[in-house]
Every structure is written in C-alpha cells, then in structure tokens.
Design a protein around this ligand. Structure first.
Ligand SMILES: [Zn+2]
Length: 178
C-alpha cells in the first residue's frame, strides 16, 4: 500500500490496490495523477530490485567462499590420496625385494587397503560437502555433487596409474628391478 499526497488539497490518499493507476482524493474529489502513482511504484520496485541484488551478492560471496574452501580441501585430499598410492606401490616393490618379510607384508597390505578405501571414501566425502552452486553463472547447480563425485573418481584413477608409474621409475632407479 502506498500513501500519496493529493496535489490539490494536500490530503493523504491511500492506494490499496497495486493495479490502480488513477485515484480520486476522498477529501476534495480531485484526481491524483497516474504519474504520481507510477513514479512511486517505480521507486519502490527499484528499491526492491536493489535490495534483492545486494542479497544476491552477499549470497554469491558466501557460496564462492565455501567453494574456495572446498577446492582447497579437494586439493589436499587428492594430494593425500596420491601419497598413499605412491607409498602403497613403493611398499609393494620393497615387499617383493625384502624376501616377503611379515612386517612388509603387513605394511603393504595396510597401504593397499588404505588406497582402496580412500579411492572411494574421499570422493564420497568431497561430493557430500560440495556446494550445489555454479559460480560462473551464479545459479544453483543441482548436479554439482554428482559431477564432483565422478570427476574425483576419474582423478583418482589417473592418480592410481600415475603413482604406479612413478613408483616403478623410482624402484628401477634404485636398481631393485631391471
Ligand atoms: Zn484532495
């Protein structure tokens, strides 16, 4: 509801219906102009739009911050996964060389199990904590969690193969095989 001032008598004229664009003053019967109503409506609309944009900006900044923290977490976990993989492969090489001592059998088995566990656990953990938001077009992205999960699974496969090759090169360089 908008209260307008009658240009003829100064009386207060209430506009109760948003679709009303011509009003009659209840005090003097004069017409309160369409322009007066419209400028008031536009002002209110602009103010609403401005408030909404400010709210959107605040929400966007908040989601971007969460996304940034998530990416840091993702990078750390991919790094941890890579380290576990490398150690598992390296330990497997050492286990083969060490004449299969029980302590290396245990260590290798433990690392291989940890590798298997984290290869799925990390993507699940990261997908669950991923913000369902696309920062590029500033919109909700309902598929963000699923995309994150499969993206991370693929990353883990590459890490799995990559660390195996690195471990083979390191073991070869140490003269254990060849
Ligand atoms: Zn009036």
């Amino acid at each position: 509801m908008i209260v307008l001032m009658c240009p003829h008598c100064g009386g207060k004229v209430e506009r109760t219906d948003d679709r009303q664009y011509a009003l009659k003053c209840p005090y003097c019967g004069g017409e309160v102009s369409f322009e007066a109503i419209r400028s008031n409506v536009e002002y209110n609309d602009l103010r609403d739009i401005n408030v909404r944009m400010q709210q959107d900006d605040a929400a966007d900044a908040d989601k971007r911050k969460k996304l940034k923290q998530w990416m840091l977490m993702r990078n750390i976990l991919v790094g941890v996964f890579g380290l576990i993989n490398f150690l598992a492969w390296f330990s497997l090489g050492y286990y083969t060389r060490s004449g299969r001592e029980p302590v290396f059998t245990m260590l290798t088995a433990l690392l291989l199990l940890l590798m298997l566990f984290t290869s799925v656990a990390f993507p699940i953990l990261l997908a669950a904590t991923r913000v369902s938001y696309n920062a590029m077009n500033r919109q909700e992205d309902k598929g963000a969690k699923i995309k994150a999960f499969f993206g991370l699974l693929l990353t883990n496969v590459l890490v799995f193969v990559g660390t195996f090759l690195i471990a083979v090169i390191v073991i070869w360089a140490l003269g254990w095989i060849g």
